[in-house]
Design a protein around this ligand. Structure first.
Ligand code: URA
Length: 244
């Protein structure tokens, strides 16, 4: 039978971004870490790490963060970059500070351009990240876009053809579905994740993307009640919808 894992309290909490081991030790000494209501004053002690720990442990009176397997749904605002290290405003700045210190790190699942808004997922689960971005899975992504010039009506077939080439690339794009909403507004569903794909697709048919917003990933829609810049954790059922 598999053994239940144990971990030193200071090591576990430090890897979850609650501070250095010394800082965690100080929190414990001050009685600020409790398990089932009782203070854990020695942070060097080992603890059985079970899935219900976040419901039983409190740090400074607040529930412990999830141990692993977090999937965060963010309504990405315009002007923020999906990078850990570039200059300027980063999507990670929106999350609680300690989440940026977690190990394994939280990373975006794929990227949206600085000037693209909408549904962005982040996770600390490397396997899940790779499953979502794997080209073999053909996970659908739907973007709402406004265009600089009127659509001429040929774009739908050209995008669906499986023969459209992007500048500088050797392999044609997989078929993509275009739904015209007006002369200069459309929904585009793609199954690949090439660099600046949607902008380059419209450039390939002589147009220019003015605004770009991701609405859907797999069968997961951006919730209407999640304003730009707001995030929440996905439920297990919502995570399954990515792959449905
Ligand atoms: N395609 C783009 O061109 N940009 C994005 O951010 C996403 C898809």
């Amino acid at each position: 039978m598999a053994k239940t894992p144990t971990s030193r309290i200071d090591k576990l909490l430090s890897s979850m971004g609650y501070g250095s081991r010394n800082e965690v030790a100080r929190l414990a000494k001050a009685g600020r870490i409790t398990l089932d209501g009782a203070p854990l004053d020695d942070a060097t002690k080992r603890l059985t790490v079970t899935g219900d720990l976040p419901t039983r442990m409190r740090i400074n009176g607040a529930r412990l963060d999830p141990l692993t397997g977090m999937v965060i749904l963010l309504n990405k605002p315009l002007g923020m970059t999906c990078s850990h290290k570039e200059a300027g405003a980063l999507v990670y700045d929106i999350l609680p500070l300690r989440w940026r210190l977690r190990n394994p790190a939280i990373s975006t699942i794929g990227r949206l351009d600085k000037q693209t808004s909408g549904l962005l997922l982040l996770t600390d689960d490397g396997d899940l990240l790779h499953r979502v971005i794997s080209p073999k899975r053909h996970i659908r992504k739907t973007y709402r876009t406004t265009l600089a010039r009127p659509l001429d009506g040929t774009e739908k077939d050209r995008f669906a053809s499986g023969q459209l080439m992007l500048e500088g690339e050797a392999k044609p794009l997989a078929p993509a579905a275009l739904e015209m909403l007006s002369q200069t507004e459309a929904l585009l569903t793609v199954t690949e994740g090439r660099y600046h794909q949607v902008r380059r697709m419209f450039a390939a048919v002589g147009n220019h993307v003015e605004t770009l917003h991701r609405e859907t990933l797999g069968r997961l829609d951006l919730p209407e009640d999640l304003p730009p810049g707001q995030w929440r954790l996905l439920t297990t059922e919502e995570i399954a919808r990515i792959f449905a």
